[in-house]
Design a protein around this ligand. Structure first.
Ligand code: ADP
Length: 400
């Protein structure tokens, strides 16, 4: 089965073509700066023995044109990996916010498209471009089934006591204010992969999965099902991130409006784009931050202390919620590549049965590995995330 996975942003279109026999990536790429004077196309041929990368600059008017270019790149004799578009069995689309409407992947029809529109106020930067990508694919490939896979889907098993905010109840019933959670596809992928690596049945496994990229979230997984997650109604909540605050006292917003005269829109930019690691030390890339710490930058050191402290607090909270943990799983840019952050986060957690081995933690590999020491009661893993493959797997499951 051949599945094309599309992730459409407001000015970008990312794609991966999978051959599900062996879950092989045949080709992947992106079109950036759609609608601008110069678009950038990057296309990788990933077939074994044929690795090749093509980068081109050209104006790409809109997502329809972008989708057309993707189709051409995939079948072109020079850059292609299949003979005919008809060889694609299905197209999986990443959609960020499915609200409470969708608990699993769904074949796209008019009702689904309307639901994506209805949920757009909850994800105004993501759902509208996701829908534009869907419509472009439908137009270009009218005979291929289009399937939506929602970031929020994995979190739909969170119970009401964990997803409700203690606000007047009608804000939930009338205005949909509740925790939805994000990075769901990533948490789902790494939890299943980790269980497999541990040779355990996911339905009998309790995990804390920790996604640390530009955005960061922690998820409590009980017997394979998500029962709580750190992000909230929006991806601003939870632990501090590259540029986002994470949890703060909500009364700070009113106080800052009064003290600074900033509007709610201006403060929204501060909370989402000027806070987190960047707000504390002026940098949001963890590699730069470590470099500056080595050079004696005290605020960079403080940012790392705060970051690891907050991740550790979620480990403690979710350990209490789960009662028993089989493993902790780190993933995404920082989680996969940063032994300092992993070590600091797991420091002094021996009371939970967590011990890591410095040698194992320091290994450099793009493959999954464990870093717990022999006597640790809880396993600790690094599992590189692969959201696109999870989307392709969900599409395959639905078609079957
Ligand atoms: P996104 O959330 O945008 O998908 P990623 O998961 O790619 O982000 O993570 C990006 C972040 O990962 C970067 O900002 C950087 O801080 C961090 N990162 C990437 N490589 C390393 C590394 N080798 N060491 C430490 N941090 C890294």
């Amino acid at each position: 089965m051949i599945i094309l996975v599309i992730n459409a942003g407001s000015s970008s279109l990312k794609y991966q073509l999978f051959n599900m026999a062996g879950a092989i990536v045949m080709a992947r790429g992106s079109i950036e700066r759609i609608g601008e004077t110069k678009g950038v196309l990057t296309h990788h041929i990933c077939m074994p023995g044929q690795g090749k990368k093509i980068v081109k600059e050209q104006k790409v008017k809109d997502h329809n044109r972008g989708m057309h270019l993707v189709a051409n790149l995939i079948i072109d004799p020079d850059t292609g990996v299949i003979d005919n578009i008809k060889n694609i069995d299905a197209i999986g689309h990443r959609v960020v916010q499915g609200g409470e409407t969708f608990g699993s992947a769904v074949l796209i029809n008019d009702r689904v498209k309307q639901a994506i529109i209805d949920n757009s106020p909850l994800a105004p930067l993501h759902n509208p471009p996701n829908l534009v990508g869907i419509m472009a694919a439908e137009k270009l490939f009218p005979k291929i089934p289009n399937i939506a896979v929602f970031d929020t889907e994995f979190h739909q098993s969170i119970p009401q006591k964990a997803f409700l905010y203690a606000l007047p109840y009608e804000y939930y019933s009338k205005l949909k204010v509740r925790k939805y959670g994000f990075h769901g596809t990533s948490h789902k992928y790494v939890s299943r992969k980790a269980a497999k690596l541990m040779e355990k049945d996911i339905d009998k496994t309790n995990l804390i999965t920790i996604h640390l990229g530009n955005g960061c979230s922690v998820t409590a997984i009980e017997k394979g099902k998500c029962i709580d997650t750190s992000m909230g109604m929006t991806p601003l909540a939870g632990i501090m991130m590259g540029t986002r605050t994470g949890d703060i006292d909500p009364a700070i917003i009113g106080y800052l409006m009064e003290q600074t005269g900033k509007t709610i829109k201006e403060l929204d930019i501060v909370l989402n784009q000027k806070s987190g690691l960047l707000g504390i030390c002026g940098m949001n890339d963890m590699r730069d931050i470590h470099e500056k710490i080595d050079a004696g930058h005290t605020k960079a050191a403080l940012a790392v202390e705060m970051f690891c402290y907050q991740v550790k607090k979620y480990i403690g909270a979710y350990a209490a919620v789960l009662g028993h943990i089989d493993a902790i799983v780190f993933t995404a840019g920082v989680g996969e590549n940063d032994p300092i952050i992993r070590a600091k986060t797991c420091e002094n957690l021996s009371f939970l049965g967590i011990w890591i081995s410095p040698e194992k933690n320091n290994q450099k590999t793009s493959k999954p590995f464990y870093l717990h020491s022999e006597d640790s009661q809880v396993q600790v893993w690094v599992v590189p995330t692969n959201e696109e493959l999870q989307i392709a797997k969900d599409v395959q499951k639905l078609l079957k």
